[in-house]
Design a protein around this ligand. Structure first.
Ligand code: SF4
Ligand code: SF4
Length: 250
């Protein structure tokens, strides 16, 4: 029997939904499921009982909470889709909005992280859901499989003074590139969940943590991580880099 799906957006840029409909397997996903509510592509008005609901976006307005609770009542399983829904996301940098992950208001059954979720991870998650299996995410951080890991040593005090390499320093030669940390560039790979296939790193840019933390205790992770490196004063003052996608619940 086909699973009945609801796919909704709260406060978001619609990037996760756009990625969903751009997936190679999206036509196959549509064939193997029954979509009962998906305002992005259909004009169905009613939220009905469903097997699985994917929620994109964070909660940033009071009036979104009853909608979310209504969906929780109607859905057997709910998954947070994208880093906004999972952790609050990029809107956390706003001084006006106070975005919350959906798990602050309802119980959820899992997450599909990323901003937006990386293609391969996203496709695998959807296939598992359609096949009635739980989503499996890596429990490792980004460094283990990093193509520029080299002889990275994170157990000594390294001096970090910038958040990105100078354009002329950007190398995309994996064989000869070095860990960003060894070159004084902040990389959040050590505290970020693996799963994006190191796309930014392969393009010569350090990890900014868009897929979210590898562990639930993000605050203590980041405190431990920062204690291992000597951050320049300028970077210490720029706290937004540490919770750009995953503001810790303080
Ligand atoms: S997680 Fe990223 S891509 Fe998805 S809605 Fe939020 S900002 Fe957009
Ligand atoms: S810190 Fe960044 S560049 Fe260095 S190994 Fe980890 S993910 Fe790769």
């Amino acid at each position: 029997m086909k699973h009945r799906f609801i796919i909704i957006s709260l406060t978001s840029c619609s990037g996760c939904i756009s990625s969903l409909i751009s997936l190679d397997i999206f036509p196959q996903f549509l064939e193997r499921t029954k979509i009962i509510y998906f305002p992005f592509i259909s004009d169905t008005k009613n939220i009905e009982e469903c097997d699985i609901c994917l929620v994109e976006g964070c909660i940033s307005e009071e009036n979104q909470i009853p909608i979310l609770r209504k969906i929780r009542k109607h859905a057997k399983k709910i998954y947070a889709l994208g880093t906004c829904a999972c952790f609050g996301g990029i809107l956390s940098l706003s001084e006006v909005k106070l975005p919350k992950p959906i798990s602050s208001y309802i119980e959820i059954d899992g997450i599909i992280p990323g901003c937006p979720p990386p293609t391969k991870l996203f496709g695998n998650c959807l296939i598992r859901l359609v096949e009635n299996k739980e989503i499996e995410l890596s429990k490792k951080n980004m460094c283990g499989g990093c193509p520029v890991r080299g002889n990275m040593k994170i157990n000594s005090n390294i001096d970090i003074w910038k958040i990105a390499p100078n354009p002329e320093e950007i190398k995309i030669d994996e064989e000869n590139s070095e860990c960003f940390l060894e070159n004084g560039v902040l990389c959040l790979g050590p505290i970020t969940r693996d799963g994006c296939e190191h796309k930014c790193i392969k393009m010569g840019l350090p990890c900014e943590g868009c897929i979210g933390p590898v562990s639930k205790d993000f605050t203590s992770n980041i405190v431990n991580y920062l204690s291992l490196i000597n951050l320049s004063q300028e970077l210490k003052n720029y706290s937004g880099i540490f919770y750009r996608f995953s503001k810790p619940k303080l």
